[in-house]
Write a protein that binds this ligand. Structure first.
Ligand SMILES: C[S@@+](CC[C@H](N)C(=O)[O-])C[C@H]1O[C@@H](n2cnc3c(N)ncnc32)[C@H](O)[C@@H]1O
Length: 98
């Protein structure tokens, strides 16, 4: 992964979300309403604020859930690539994420 300079970190607000924080404080609150909304993050970084919700979606429904309920964007190509790599770990093939 790219080694970010302090200047880049400040410029892009690069403070990545911990998956544990998402799981402990957010996922529990939204678990029951996951299918009701589209979850959008226009500053997604590695995607850790949204992608871990796939853990509570059954594996055979994840691709459809991703298609219908998740939209991620980041200005930096490197972060988009990292998010695509992370999504792959949840079973989302890369052609679904472009
Ligand atoms: C706080 S980090 C996101 C952390 C993210 N929740 C994660 O889990 O990795 C902020 C992100 O916003 C992106 N960013 C900064 N300026 C942006 C802009 N104008 N449009 C879209 N993304 C931007 C940065 O590239 C960075 O990845």
């Amino acid at each position: 992964m790219k080694d970010w300079s302090i200047k880049e970190r400040r410029e892009f607000g690069l403070h990545l979300t911990s998956i544990d924080i998402f799981k402990e404080y957010i996922l529990l609150e939204i678990q029951e309403i996951l299918y009701k909304y589209t979850w959008v993050d226009f500053f997604c970084g590695e995607g850790n604020l949204i992608l871990p919700m796939l853990e509570v979606v059954p594996k055979n429904k994840r691709i459809d859930f991703f298609k219908e309920h998740i939209f991620l964007y980041d200005i930096q190509k490197e972060m988009v690539e990292k998010a695509i790599e992370n999504a792959k770990n949840y079973g989302i093939p890369s052609h679904r994420k472009k």
